[in-house]
Ligand binder design. Structure first.
Ligand SMILES: C[S@@+](CC[C@H](N)C(=O)[O-])C[C@H]1O[C@@H](n2cnc3c(N)ncnc32)[C@H](O)[C@@H]1O
Length: 280
């Protein structure tokens, strides 16, 4: 279960898509002065050194964050995301990449709050050290789906739950959909953002069918394929399911992903797909 270590993948194109969407969602929540709540259900370690032995193994960041690091004229939310990544680096050199807890923390205002769950003992210890003394952040060594049951609904009554599993377990999709249902039952007005790999047309279809079966409304999908989706299992891109997406986020994400796509796709095939799986 704990074979997956995000150190090997930090800053790859899937992280870029996920973190740009996360930034866009948190910026939307910042539009109102009322405090918001962020639950990061699969935290990872928070900050990644791209010169580490792990990151250096496949250098996935070279086909991810590196490609937009110096790109001109990014859309506003992408610029904001890049500005946050820059705060962890000095000058033009890209060495450190912030994972979702660090990125999320950078987007909290003084009265906003974040809870992070992470089940890997070592990664969780790292995270706890990172946020030691931070009164706006609580880190728990806990199963993400237990955390969803334990901490929802939040007292703030507005906010976002990020669900970003490693998809190592055979029944991850089932657990995910059940976890989502549990969360939604407790907090139907919360925003839920769920990352998924684009592996094959059949897997995507069965995942979407399971989501539709939950009866949950207002489900947006935002996908970026670096190569066209095929029938066999190979990662061709990544997507985000967004439940209760803020107003006009669909159009915003479409233009952000369309800006990212030519940078992230070598094949110049595939493309961007933003559509409502289930409307309001
Ligand atoms: C894809 S990584 C998360 C990356 C992070 N969200 C980011 O964007 O920087 C998935 C993480 O989930 C952790 N994990 C796996 N199963 C979990 C579970 N049931 N509950 C909580 N964390 C889990 C793994 O140890 C790993 O650190």
């Amino acid at each position: 279960m704990f074979g997956y270590r995000h150190n090997f993948h930090a800053g790859n194109y899937a992280d870029v898509v996920k973190h740009v969407v996360l930034t866009s969602l948190l910026q939307a929540l910042q539009q109102k002065p009322k405090p918001f709540y962020l639950q990061d259900s699969h935290g990872g370690i928070g900050l990644y050194d791209l010169t580490s032995h792990e990151a250096d193994k496949n250098r996935e960041y070279l086909s991810g964050i590196s490609r937009l690091w110096q790109a001109p004229n990014p859309p506003a939310a992408v610029r904001h995301y890049l500005d946050i990544v820059r705060t962890f680096n000095s000058g033009d050199e890209l060495r450190y990449y912030p994972g979702s807890p660090r990125l999320g923390r950078a987007l909290l205002r003084a009265n906003d709050r974040m809870v992070v769950t992470e089940l890997n003992t070592i990664d969780c210890e790292t995270l706890k050290r990172e946020f030691n003394g931070d009164r706006q952040v609580t880190v728990h060594l806990q199963d993400s789906y237990q955390g969803i049951k334990a901490y929802l609904p939040p007292t703030e009554r507005r906010g976002l739950v990020l669900i970003d599993p490693a998809y190592e377990l055979k029944d991850e999709y089932t657990r995910l959909v059940r976890g989502l249902q549990n969360g939604y039952q407790r907090w139907p007005t919360g925003i839920y953002a769920l990352w998924y790999p684009l592996m094959s047309t059949t897997l995507r279809e069965s995942f979407f069918a399971a989501l539709k079966k939950t009866g949950i409304r207002k489900i947006l999908t935002a996908e970026l394929n670096i190569t066209p989706l095929q029938t066999e299992k190979a990662m061709c891109g990544s997507g985000m399911i967004i439940i209760n997406a803020p107003w006009q986020l669909d159009q915003q994400l479409k233009s952000e992903l369309e800006w990212l796509w030519p940078l992230l796709s070598d094949a110049k095939e595939g493309g961007v797909n933003v559509e409502w799986l289930v409307p309001e």
